[in-house]
Design a protein around this ligand. Structure first.
Ligand SMILES: Cc1cc2nc3c(=O)[nH]c(=O)nc-3n(C[C@H](O)[C@H](O)[C@H](O)COP(=O)(O)OP(=O)(O)OC[C@H]3O[C@@H](n4cnc5c(N)ncnc54)[C@H](O)[C@@H]3O)c2cc1C
Length: 399
């Protein structure tokens, strides 16, 4: 029997999870990877520990972590979700652990465990791997694909593109007629040199409300002050949701921060009550809302409120403090990368993909999975989960 030929382009998380799951006797499968070694991004992921997924098991809750692709992923996650990921790895003797914040890592704390597992499963499925093979062009003629690489020309009956955020490959796909949503960074920190945060690097605020001024983009959560500006979970999430909007502004905008997640009236009342209860206490020494002491002193300094007992603090000064605590407006002047964890939003337009099998709606037998698509998530293992789920659904097409 002459076997049909499937070519998978890209040996990252998506390409290898796909080849780990294809069990077929009807197809010859080749995987083309441009690097010398597979899964290079996965190797450095999660600080070398690989945050495999997140223990969020309800698809409706899970999709809330995907600024782009959430609607499309609902269907995918109803078929393969984080619990399936946990079971998939466990079944193959790769033990995973769930940390307190729901992130899932290999028990060994080493991404190499995941790499070894994926390579071993791929081997069982007789997938031919061609390293140092860079795809330079892809043509579709008479329902067959011609794949031009730096080494050879390959022919295939079906092609899966799993090349992550490769601009060169996006250009090739665009030439085939697909629309590419222009890539912009997602998941970054904000540069800011406002006096309110000057010299406060390392200080974190447990719960803050953030809002990009005059937009619906808002986020609640912990915030970290760094030597270049603002970071922490709330900032990263906001950067992800507003990624495209902030790129259009060239990352120059105003951020409204409520440092205490209380409204102005409540903050003013608390300060007034505090003043009445402790009139002799120095304004510099009071402790409210669990604010770090250095932050509190900086705020008073910024408002030019000098060291004095509370009974000398005027109503006007209380109003200014309450306003600053609940409604600070900081100029953001740029962005920085978060721990090298650059995630790109943008990629193949989701409208052109059939999410029942990850097939192109424009070109039969052309498939896509992973970061090559216009899908991305906030941190926490969600990006890999999208790769696993998409590749798993795709594998069913060939099994
Ligand atoms: C530093 C860092 C840490 C991260 N940590 C996490 C984490 O802990 N958890 C999480 O969920 N997400 C994490 N992410 C995101 C996650 O790594 C990606 O979502 C995921 O790797 C995407 O997988 P992919 O297979 O689609 O693409 P990739 O992993 O980028 O793989 C694409 C592959 O295609 C190959 N390729 C590209 N062009 C060609 C070509 N022309 N010919 C042949 N081969 C080609 C590339 O060499 C590469 O091997 C992290 C990202 C970074 C940058």
């Amino acid at each position: 029997m002459i076997l049909k030929h499937l070519i998978i382009i890209g040996g990252g998380a998506s390409g290898f999870f796909l080849s780990s799951n294809i069990k077929t006797s009807n197809w010859k499968i080749s995987l083309l990877e441009q690097s010398k070694n597979p899964l290079q991004k996965l190797k450095i992921s999660g600080g070398g520990r690989c945050n495999v997924t997140n223990a969020c098991y309800k698809p409706k809750d899970l999709i809330k972590n995907y600024p782009r692709g959430n609607k499309e992923l609902l269907n995918i996650f109803s078929k393969f979700q984080p619990l399936d990921t946990l079971q998939w790895f466990e079944k193959r003797g790769i033990h995973l652990k769930i940390e307190n914040d729901s992130r899932v890592f290999p028990e060994t704390n080493s991404s190499q465990t995941i790499i070894d597992g994926l390579l071993s499963e791929t081997k069982k499925n007789n997938v031919e791997i061609h390293y140092e093979t860079t795809v330079l062009d892809l043509n579709n003629k008479d329902n067959k694909f011609e794949i031009i690489t730096n080494k050879d020309i390959y022919y295939a009956n079906a092609v899966v593109v799993a090349t992550g955020s490769s601009k060169k490959v996006w250009n090739i796909i665009e030439k085939l007629g697909h629309k590419i949503i222009p890539p912009v960074p997602s998941l970054f920190t904000f540069n800011c040199n406002h006096p309110l945060i000057k010299n406060l690097q390392g200080i974190s605020l447990a719960e803050t409300d953030l809002n990009i001024l005059n937009t619906p983009f808002k986020e609640r959560g912990p915030l970290l002050i760094t030597h270049w500006g603002l970071s922490g979970p709330a900032i990263l999430k906001l950067s992800s949701w507003a990624a495209r909007y902030l790129a259009d502004l060239d990352y120059k905008f105003q951020l409204r921060i409520n440092w205490i997640t209380e409204n102005f009236d409540d903050a003013r009342e608390l300060l007034t009550n505090y003043k009445n209860a402790h009139p002799k206490m120095d304004i510099y020494n009071i402790k409210i809302y669990n604010l770090p002491q250095r932050f509190w002193l900086n705020l008073l300094n910024h408002l030019n409120i000098i060291k004095k007992p509370l009974f000398e603090i005027s109503k006007k000064e209380i109003n200014r403090i309450a306003e600053s605590l609940t409604n600070s407006k900081l100029d953001i002047i740029g962005k920085s990368t978060f721990k090298n964890e650059f995630v790109t939003c943008g990629g193949v337009d989701l409208k052109e993909i059939d999410f029942n099998n990850m097939q192109s709606k424009l070109i039969p037998n052309l498939f896509f999975t992973g970061e090559v698509l216009n899908i991305d998530a906030i941190t926490g293992g969600f990006n890999f989960q999208a790769c696993w789920s998409e590749s798993y659904i795709l594998s069913k097409q060939f099994n």
